[in-house]
Design a protein. Structure first.
Length: 355
């Protein structure tokens, strides 16, 4: 299913590009290049040249290193950085799909787990799982870490969590989420299991990233300064960031108001509703993961990527699957997802901001 959806999304993007731009897409190189936009070139820059303390290349310090390091490693064999990036995303997205199914199948009927995987891969921003972004790699590691914890393989849960924290900043949130699973296990069988302490490996991934910042610039928090200076983005109270997006939706031009204002606010609302629902309907670890992720991206002073970040709140998709047991909800979620996936992917390949 993942491979079929991936192929259809990439080909759809090529057709949109050809129709909109009047340029033929004849080769695999051209097909991949139309998807290589925004963050993608930054990952390739790191893979090919590493980090730097000055010039435009210093901006790459805002991007975590695991994905570009894997691109560099794969390029040794493939000899093409762009193709390597897409190959990694392809393998990781398949692993993410299979692992999501296995994780949810522990607690739910298999058909419901399949439906959750379906909703993940037709989610409006799921095209980021197929291109040269770190989303598929990160989600595969997060899901694998959860599966390891559920199977009481705590050392693997900690190691995979550390790699997730080396791939994206919210990987560090596996520490409280897996901790919640350990507490739940202790609640069921009130005996201390020293293997729970392996969860403490999770911050090691983030520590490696901080060390990279220190070695390149002499400042372990250089990435935070870059976020503030170049992207005007800092952590703030959630209501302040939401107020900014309300202002964008109200005062900016129609196109940006709809995309950066209204859509960001909508996905913040979806994430919040999902978090509240998870607190009542799902395992505590899922609710913790949802809640901390939502707080992280809702607390940004300039949040223009909430629809993409919502993709990482994977328990949302089992909530969708549970809703979809009713045909009306199944149709509504499916049609909404496919329509907006087509729109966002079309905007992205045309070079417009689409999260």
């Amino acid at each position: 299913m993942v491979i079929v959806i991936k192929a259809m999304v990439l080909v759809f993007g090529a057709l949109v590009f050809q129709i909109a731009n009047g340029e033929r897409v004849r080769t695999l190189t051209q097909l991949l290049s139309i998807w290589n936009r925004w963050d993608g070139p930054q990952y390739l820059l790191i893979a090919q040249h590493g980090y730097a303390a000055s010039g435009d290349q210093r901006l790459a310090l805002a991007f975590f290193p695991l994905y570009p390091w894997l691109i560099r490693l794969t390029t040794v064999v493939v000899r093409d950085a762009v193709l390597s990036a897409f190959l990694i995303s392809t393998v990781a997205s398949v692993i993410a799909g299979v692992t999501l199914l296995r994780l949810f199948a522990i607690d739910y009927p298999r058909h419901l787990a399949h439906r959750a995987a379906w909703f993940l891969f037709i989610f409006p921003t799921s095209y980021f799982m197929h291109i040269d972004y770190s989303e598929s790699l990160f989600l595969a590691l997060v899901l694998a870490s959860f599966v390891a914890a559920r199977r009481k393989r705590w050392i693997w849960a900690g190691l995979l969590g550390a790699f997730a924290a080396l791939a994206r900043p919210n990987g560090i949130l596996l520490l409280p989420a897996l901790g919640a699973d350990a507490l739940w296990e202790w609640w069921e069988t009130p005996r201390f299991n020293w293997q729970w302490l392996w969860v403490g490996l999770v911050p090691m991934g983030f520590a490696v990233y901080v060390l990279v910042n220190y070695r390149i610039t002499g400042d372990p928090m250089a990435f935070l300064h870059l976020e503030r200076e170049h992207w005007s983005n800092t952590l703030t109270m959630p209501w302040r960031g939401i107020r900014v997006n309300l202002g964008v939706a109200r005062d900016w031009g129609a196109s940006k108001a709809a995309m950066i204002g209204t859509q960001v606010l909508f996905y913040l609302a979806v994430g919040l509703a999902g978090t509240i629902a998870a607190a009542f309907l799902l395992r505590p670890s899922y609710a913790v993961w949802m809640g901390f992720n939502w707080l992280l991206f809702a607390s940004q002073s300039w949040d223009i990527s909430a629809p993409r970040y919502t993709l990482m709140m994977f328990p949302l998709f089992i909530l969708f699957a549970r809703l979809a047991r009713r045909r009306t909800w199944d149709a509504a979620i499916t049609v909404w997802s496919l329509l907006w996936l087509a729109l966002f992917a079309s905007e992205f390949v045309r070079g417009h901001w689409a999260f």
